[in-house]
Design a binder for this molecule. Structure first.
Ligand code: ADP
Ligand code: MG
Length: 244
């Protein structure tokens, strides 16, 4: 058995009086594709944001391999390079071209020179079908195309794990498929992925594990087959009945 890439234990996060994450425990092994499902407000985004340290946990531990990311000696900039994030709202740099969106992080964080960074960006943009658009600015491309660029930008950093926060929720329905296709092929390459999603077909068919969150706790963490066919919890059943 390989050690987990990521281990979350007893994670708690409060905003004022609001206890958003109660006692979260889970792990992700190498090559796991974990879908995180649950109603709006259940704490899914906060969990991802704690994992990549956009939010500071109130208590609990997050280990990357066997290193605690909150230790004083832990290099957060290295960690951020290894833990990529794809947001619902793309978060592209609007003043930069598609190509430069995929280049700046590589130069700044990984210290690659421009030529190498552009080469890597081109390779990945062609994998997501966006190599025809390298000179375009984000405003000139569709939502589905923007999200494919955002995925390419994250991949250009050679992440060990990629976090997705509802990557298709802001898209027009006809563009959802092109983004899910890219994510499905990434899953097949063996990339470790944590995906917050409402796309139940993706959760069932592509992920090897599904976590169901409800009001700041993980109610189920199991295989798609278990969750969809034999949900242990009444709340999971209710959620799935509403979502399918
Ligand atoms: P989900 O992604 O499952 O919809 P979130 O993690 O976004 O849930 O939110 C969970 C709860 O945390 C909500 O009640 C939300 O209002 C609250 N919350 C999230 N971020 C903040 C914040 N920065 N400040 C205060 N409350 C927040
Ligand atoms: Mg959210």
């Amino acid at each position: 058995m390989s050690n987990p890439v990521l281990t979350v234990s007893h994670l708690k996060k409060t905003f004022g009086e609001n206890i958003v994450l109660k006692d979260i425990d889970f792990f992700a092994n190498e090559k796991d594709v974990v879908s995180i499902i649950g109603a709006s407000g259940s704490g899914k985004s906060t969990l991802l944001r704690c994992i990549n340290q956009l939010e500071k946990p109130t208590s609990g531990d997050i280990l990357f391999h066997d290193k605690n990311i909150q230790d004083s000696g832990f290099s957060l900039s290295n960690y951020r390079a290894k833990v990529g994030m794809v947001f619902q709202s793309f978060n592209l740099f609007n003043n930069l071209s598609v190509l430069q969106n995929c280049v700046v992080g590589q130069m700044k964080v990984l210290g690659r020179d421009r030529k190498e960074a552009e080469q890597r960006a081109m390779d990945i943009l062609s994998k997501v079908g966006m190599d025809q658009y390298i000179s375009a600015k984000p405003r000139q491309i569709s939502g589905g195309q923007k999200q494919r660029v955002a995925i390419a930008r994250a991949l250009a950093m050679d992440p060990e794990i990629l976090l997705f926060d509802e990557p298709t929720s802001a898209l027009d329905p006809e563009m959802v498929g092109e983004v899910l296709n890219v994510m499905t092929s990434l899953a097949k390459t063996g990339l470790t992925m944590l995906v917050v999603t409402h796309e139940m077909d993706f959760a069932r068919d592509v992920s090897n594990r599904i976590i169901f969150m409800d009001a700041g706790v993980i109610l189920e963490d199991s295989t798609p087959e278990e969750i969809f066919n034999h949900p242990k919890n009444e709340r999971t059943r209710m959620f799935l009945n509403r979502s399918i």
